[in-house]
Design a protein around this ligand. Structure first.
Ligand code: SF4
Length: 135
């Protein structure tokens, strides 16, 4: 009898937890991910600013251009990237000097799906469309 009660109690606990999960799940669609992370105490966007619409490296267009947030991570055997090539000195980067993130003419026409702001690229990034900025 005691074993049967334990099973029943466990089942009740499981159903309780499952129902709470189902009730909370829609919040994921209402609250931006950054708000959920902030509520959990997790800094978003590396703690720099939750308002920067960082271009994700796994974005389809970013992948097609082999964009890396950290240019030093570019496979130089595969791509002809020179040591001094960064988004910050690319002709398509329109961030101000000293900016860590800024608009790129290739990506900034698209908006980040949750932040609803134009994508920005890392000043220390690189992609294979890099071109020298006019002096
Ligand atoms: S290297 Fe130039 S084109 Fe490529 S992401 Fe950076 S700013 Fe844009």
């Amino acid at each position: 009898m005691a074993a049967r009660e334990t099973k029943s109690t466990e089942r009740r606990k499981f159903l309780n937890t499952a129902l709470k999960g189902i009730a909370v799940a829609p919040l994921g669609f209402i609250l931006p991910v950054t708000d959920v992370l902030a509520a959990k105490g997790v800094p978003s966007n590396d703690g720099i600013s939750s308002e920067i619409a960082k271009l994700p490296e796994n974005d389809r267009q970013a992948k097609a251009l082999s964009y890396k947030e950290d240019a030093t991570m570019v496979d130089t055997a595969q791509f002809n990237r020179k040591e001094n090539q960064f988004c910050s000195n690319c002709q398509l980067f329109s961030g101000s000097p000293g900016d860590i993130w800024g608009p790129c003419a290739i990506f900034s026409y698209r908006a980040h799906p949750s932040i609803k702001k134009p994508f920005e690229v890392s000043a220390n990034g690189w992609c294979k469309s890099w071109g020298p900025r006019a002096a």
